[in-house]
Design a protein around this ligand. Structure first.
Ligand code: SF4
Length: 155
């Protein structure tokens, strides 16, 4: 296995609303942690929307939405949610699996269920989110979210 070595500059302080959300959702037993690629392209947009749908609308009791940037760059509440979760789902926009690989950089033993969202809908989407309608994003995100809930959350 080859690795890229990076250094992340530390900063003082933390994002208040992120910490408040983390605290509120740091339940016992822990909720299922939902991460996504958060990507800029249309495939990342589908995975991001699917992750939000799951954690904020369709499975709110069982899941908590993780801020990938926060959990990756800061050793505070969001990373703790990932660390203490018994089950984590990484909904990736594509095979690059950035959410999974980023988090494994800071939590080397982290072993999420990795879901490639673009394998759960029948279209090869372009990069630009301006080339895909909002309705289509919503439809594909819903498809991904419902499949993830059936196969990974409520099975
Ligand atoms: S190309 Fe892949 S990694 Fe980049 S934003 Fe799109 S889905 Fe995410």
């Amino acid at each position: 296995m080859e690795y890229e070595i990076i250094q992340i500059r530390k900063i003082e302080g933390a994002c208040g609303i992120c910490e408040e959300y983390s605290e509120k959702n740091s339940t016992t037993p822990p909720k299922i942690a939902i991460l996504s690629c958060e990507g800029a392209c249309s495939r990342g947009e589908v995975s991001r929307r699917a992750a939000n749908l799951i954690a904020h609308k369709l499975a709110t009791e069982e899941t908590v939405r993780i801020c990938l940037g926060g959990a990756f760059t800061k050793n505070t509440g969001q990373r703790n949610l990932v660390r203490r979760a018994e089950k984590c789902l990484a909904i990736e926009g594509c095979f690059v699996s950035c959410a999974t690989r980023m988090m494994q950089g800071v939590l080397p033993d982290w072993n999420p269920e990795v879901i490639l969202a673009d394998s759960l809908y029948d279209e090869s989407l372009p990069f630009g989110i301006d080339e895909v309608s909002d309705e289509k994003f919503h439809e594909y995100a819903r498809q991904v979210a419902e499949k993830v809930i059936v196969e990974y959350i409520r099975k």
